[in-house]
Structures are given as C-alpha cells and as structure tokens.
Design a protein around this ligand. Structure first.
Ligand code: FES
Length: 131
C-alpha cells in the first residue's frame, strides 16, 4: 500500500505546450512531484485533477469519485495502478479510469515531461477559459 501527501496547486495562467495536436498545461517542476507522490491540480473552473507519480508511471485522473462525486481520490490508496477511494472503497485503474470495484469511469488525462517540467493535458470542458 502506498501513502502520499496531497499538495495543492492553483493554475490560473500557466505556460502551455502543444503535442500531437493536444494542448498541455505546465503544472510544476518534476522535482515537486517525486516518485510515490500525488498532486492535486486545481483548475480555474474549480475542476480538480489528481496527478500521481508511481513506479508504473505518471497518471492523471479527475479527483472526483464516480460514486458520490466528491473530490477525494488523491487521498485514496494505491496498489500498482489501482486507486481505491478513501470513502467507500470504489476502485479505479489509473491507466484508463475504468472501475475495478464499484462502477462508473474516471476521466484520464495525458501527462508529459518536458525540459524538467510536468505538463498535464488540458481538459476541454464547455466554456473552459483556455482561450
Ligand atoms: S465516494 Fe468514493 S466510493 Fe463512495
């Protein structure tokens, strides 16, 4: 079982990167997301995305559990790529967001490292202020 500290970051205006036709947002220098840690990225529209740095790789999913839509998944426990919600135990695969226990699916986001920075695929919700 893996335990991590939850950190918060507010992104309002940040550098962006284009890659394979997708837009990515700079989150933080990689040293601020060491192995075995998670960071919650709080976007301007109050959307939260949890970014995990695990031995299996970097993963990003919505921080909201599909069960009760509460932003708690960054506080969950991780085994391999399985993320278990701390509230009632629903479990998701961080690689594709599918439910392993419970139901529903988490939205997943691509994560990149570029020149020592961590970049997160920009979500494209309706009316998002990304210009
Ligand atoms: S809120 Fe996540 S399992 Fe209930």
């Amino acid at each position: 079982m893996l335990r991590r500290a939850v950190q918060w970051l507010i992104l309002e205006e940040c550098p962006q990167l284009e890659h394979n036709g997708k837009r990515f947002l700079a989150v933080c220098p990689m040293e601020l997301l060491p192995l075995h840690s998670v960071r919650v990225v709080c976007l301007p529209a109050a959307q939260q995305i949890a970014v995990f740095h695990l031995p299996e790789g970097l993963f990003a999913v919505d921080n909201y559990c599909a069960h009760q839509h509460v932003p708690v998944l960054a506080e969950g426990t991780v085994e391999g790529t399985a993320l278990r919600c701390p509230r009632h135990g629903w479990c998701y695969d961080l690689r594709d967001g599918r439910a392993l226990a419970g139901c529903g699916r988490l939205r997943v986001y691509e994560v990149l490292q570029h020149e020592g920075m961590l970049y997160l695929e920009a979500p494209e919700p309706e009316g998002a202020p990304w210009g």
